[in-house]
Every structure is written in C-alpha cells, then in structure tokens.
Design a protein around this ligand. Structure first.
Ligand SMILES: Cc1cc2nc3c(=O)[nH]c(=O)nc-3n(C[C@H](O)[C@H](O)[C@H](O)COP(=O)(O)OP(=O)(O)OC[C@H]3O[C@@H](n4cnc5c(N)ncnc54)[C@H](O)[C@@H]3O)c2cc1C
Length: 254
C-alpha cells in the first residue's frame, strides 16, 4: 500500500508574541516545527503500514528548511520524503494543487493522511481540497482508523454526532489529535533518519510552474491576551468556590 502523509512546517505558535504598538505578530527567530496533528497523521500511517504492509512517504509543501523538520517524521518510521518547494505566494488553492500534483507524479497513493487542520492557519481546507482535486473519497475528522487490505473503516467526530464510515482505496483521511499518541523516536532512529531519502521537487517538476494564488493576505494582526493573574491561596474547597464565583461573575459559567 502506498501511503502519503501530508505534513506542514509551521512556526511554533506558542512562542509568538504580538508587537504592542503595531499589533503584528513578531515571527523573527521563532522556532519552526512540524504541525502537531501531522505527527498523529504520521503515526497512523506507520500503524497502517505495520498492519497491511507498504510504504509511507512524507509530503511537504514548504520552504527548503522544512527538510530538517521532515526528518523527525522519518525518524518516527516514515520511509522517505518529498519536499515541494513553495512559491513566494501560495494560498490554499496553490498548496492543495501542489500536493495533488506531487501525488500524481508519485504514481498516486492508496491512502493519503492529513491532519484535520494545521496549528497555525487551522483552515482545515487542504485535505478536502486534495481529495477533490484527485477525485477520490475522503473521510474527515477521524479519531479511530482501522485499515484492512481491501477497505478502511473510520470513526469520525462530526461535533454533534459520531459517525462510522467505510471506504475502499484510494481514500483520503483527515485525523484528529485523539486518533493516537505519536511515538517518540529513539536516538538510533533519529541518527538513522539522516540516511532516508528526501527528494526536492520544484513546481516545474510537477507541471505546476504557472500556478497563481487567488487570495492575497493583506494584513495579519495578533490578538493580545492579558491575564488577570488572580491567585486563590485558600484551602482547596474554598479556592474552588471562589474560582467558580469569579468565573460566574465574568459570565463564563451558566
Ligand atoms: C512561503 C509561503 C507563502 C505563503 N503565502 C500565502 C499567501 O500569499 N496567501 C495566503 O493566503 N496564504 C499563504 N501561505 C499559507 C498557505 O497557503 C497555507 O499555509 C496552506 O494553504 C495551508 O493552509 P492551512 O494551514 O490552513 O492548512 P489546513 O487545511 O488547516 O491543514 C490541514 C492539513 O493539511 C496538510 N497540509 C497543510 N498545508 C500543508 C503543506 N504546506 N504541506 C503539506 N501538507 C500540508 C497537513 O496535513 C495539515 O495538517 C503561504 C505559505 C507559505 C509556506
């Protein structure tokens, strides 16, 4: 089974500070990492391979430095990587088109796994768009995946109901954080990941040189959050009661 995990390099959003005068997020020097739920996507891909056999390819559309982050997923157990270098401007249409064209260049995939959403932009668009572009079924918001050689069953959290769905292959699955606990690679696996291949493809290598984004980001402003710094130091029961009173006064409890 050919399994592709779509993984995005993001800035560590927990580290972002907002410039108080301009309101702009300060991104200089912020460490980058693989988007959190993409590690769950990779873990699930490895589990499927362990059960039914095959190969796991990590696919990233990103800047050249993403190669280093992709190695974390190769250390977890993915077999190889493909990095499509992203043009300067890339909206969701561009990113999903590059992903689908890269998968076509690979000769297709039986199973494509994305996260339900990335931790930075959190649009949740990429998985469904890729399935649409490849004209294959999609199972979104999966918190449990059971792969068998001929079909895949997924339990999905659709907010107000839990739905069990089944699909033949090829299929695209988007997973939630609850689907598994990503494994921590050993030192040997981290060292071994350096030997696993990561191919780098430009947009012209996948027949997508002329792609233009339809959407331009005009401005981004962070929302500064200030804490009230109220500390309850009484004994536990009294503190809980005071906390409940405070939350109630703020209108946060019904
Ligand atoms: C250099 C650069 C320039 C950009 N310029 C613009 C711009 O001008 N205008 C604009 O609107 N946006 C721009 N973007 C943002 C980009 O379009 C989005 O990050 C991308 O479309 C994904 O959107 P999302 O994070 O909401 O994905 P979601 O749909 O929330 O992601 C869901 C899942 O899809 C997969 N996925 C998402 N993105 C990728 C990826 N890049 N590679 C592999 N898998 C992925 C992952 O599994 C992810 O968890 C730019 C990004 C980069 C890196």
């Amino acid at each position: 089974m050919n399994i592709v995990v779509c993984a995005k390099q993001v800035v560590d959003v927990g580290e972002i500070k907002v410039n108080p005068s301009s309101g702009k997020p300060m991104l200089e020097g912020i460490p980058k990492k693989i988007s959190d739920i993409d590690k769950n996507a990779c873990e699930e891909a490895i589990k499927v391979r362990e059960k039914v056999g095959g190969k796991v390819t990590v696919l990233t559309v990103g800047t050249p430095d993403a190669k280093e982050r992709m190695k974390e997923l190769l250390a977890m157990g993915a077999d190889n990587g493909v990095l499509v270098t992203v043009p300067d401007k890339a909206d969701h249409l561009v990113t999903s088109t590059l992903i689908s064209k890269a998968i076509q260049k690979m000769g297709g995939a039986d199973l494509i796994i994305c996260a339900e959403a990335s931790i930075d932009q959190f649009s949740g668009q990429i998985g469904p768009r890729v399935a649409g572009l490849l004209n294959i079924p999609q199972l979104t918001y999966c918190y449990k995946v059971t792969a068998e050689p001929q079909k895949l069953t997924a339990e999905r959290n659709l907010g107000d109901r839990l739905v069990t769905s089944e699909s033949s292959y090829p299929v695209l699955v988007t997973v939630t954080k609850e689907v598994n606990q990503p494994r921590l690679p050993s030192l040997m696996q981290i060292l071994g990941s350096a030997k696993k291949p990561i191919e780098v493809w430009g947009t012209s290598d996948i027949g997508a040189a002329d792609l233009k984004p339809g959407i331009e980001t005009i401005d981004i402003k962070g929302v500064a959050m200030s804490r009230k710094n109220i500390v309850f130091k009484d004994d536990l029961d009294e503190s809980v009661s005071k906390l409940a009173d405070s939350l109630s006064k703020e209108g946060l409890l019904g």
